[in-house]
Design a protein around this ligand. Structure first.
Ligand code: NAP
Length: 286
């Protein structure tokens, strides 16, 4: 393996340290910061993420409440919960987990979240503001990719970036953030012919497909930086990415591990967004 390990550990620690500072200011003002998570899926990797968020909020000192809905919940049921949480002054951040019940669109359902509490940047308004270059919370995972690149000194301006995956949670917002940093961005998806020929163009390759082992050495130009967003649960309950780390590690210049890469940073970013939302609410109220 020749690739530098682009670990998320220290990046996440820095984001948590910043979150701690803001949290202390909120505590001094008598505010208990609270994150509400809404889950309507039986998906195992979503459950894994929610468990890690619960643990991370507890460690930092943020209250966390999880509302579990049925994986077959109707759109109105999910929206009603989101509207109630939005109206609750004790809740500062709301994160709606994916996947959603069949037929529900994330951006549309999340539009029931008060934009000021949309700490995972899920609503159509937040996504639209991101596209327009206006201030908004970006989806935490997408932001985490940029934080990881920044921390490890990987510049993207003027470089070729390829994103595999076009979901509104990861692929599209990552592409948008890279574009905003002056990368030349190509987005691939399941209908992209000759995927390897396209991904080999990348100086920076971001993979968010949810397909274990999709990206092998053949897909990577020697020396390219590869960020693996995939979190797939294996039969033994462990996590694996979308990148075949053994073969890609021998050609890439840098590779983020799974676990220990983007996922760690995502959790820390969501905590930081939540305390930021609480702090803004406090300033607005004063
Ligand atoms: P998703 O909604 O299922 O989207 C997957 C995307 O990958 C789609 O755009 C799909 O194309 C594309 N794709 C699937 N198979 C492909 C193939 N063989 N070749 C090229 N493109 C392909 O998934 P998601 O929510 O974006 O999540 C992606 C992965 O990231 C999952 O493993 C998820 O668990 C992980 N994730 C990690 C974090 C974290 O914090 N680390 C957070 C969120 C998600 P089509 O659009 O054509 O179907």
């Amino acid at each position: 393996v020749t690739a530098a390990l682009l670990s998320g550990r220290e990046v996440a620690a820095r984001l948590r340290a910043r979150a701690s500072e803001v949290l202390a200011e909120c505590a001094a003002a008598g505010i208990t910061v609270r994150l509400a998570i809404v889950v309507a899926t039986a998906d195992e990797s979503a459950a894994w993420y929610v468990r890690s968020l619960r643990a991370a909020t507890a460690r930092l000192g943020i209250e966390c409440e999880v509302t579990e809905l049925s994986p077959s919940a109707m759109a109105t049921e999910v929206s009603t919960v989101l509207e109630e949480l939005s109206a609750n002054a004790l809740v500062h951040g709301i994160a709606l987990q994916t996947p959603l019940p069949a037929g529900l669109s994330l951006a549309q359902t999340a539009s029931a979240i008060d934009p000021a509490k949309d700490v995972d940047g899920s609503s159509a308004l937040s996504l639209g503001r991101l596209l327009a270059g206006l201030p908004a919370f970006a989806p935490a995972t997408a932001q985490a990719v940029l934080e990881l690149l920044d921390f490890h000194g990987v510049g993207v301006s003027g470089r070729r970036a390829v994103v595999v995956g076009r979901s509104v949670v990861v692929g599209k917002p990552v592409a948008q953030l890279l574009l905003a940093r002056d990368a030349t961005v190509t987005v691939c998806h399941s209908r992209t012919p000759e995927l390897a020929a396209v991904t080999r163009e990348a100086d920076v390759l971001v993979v968010a497909a949810g397909r274990p082992g999709l990206i092998t050495a053949d897909h990577v130009r020697p020396g390219a930086v590869v960020i693996d967003v995939g979190t797939n649960t294996t039969d033994d309950g462990s996590l694996t990415g979308d990148v075949d780390a053994a073969s890609v590690g021998a050609v890439a210049g840098g590779l983020s591990p799974v676990p220990g890469g983007v996922g760690l940073v995502t959790t820390a970013q969501l905590l930081l967004n939540t305390v930021t939302a609480a702090s803004r609410a406090r300033l607005l109220a004063s």
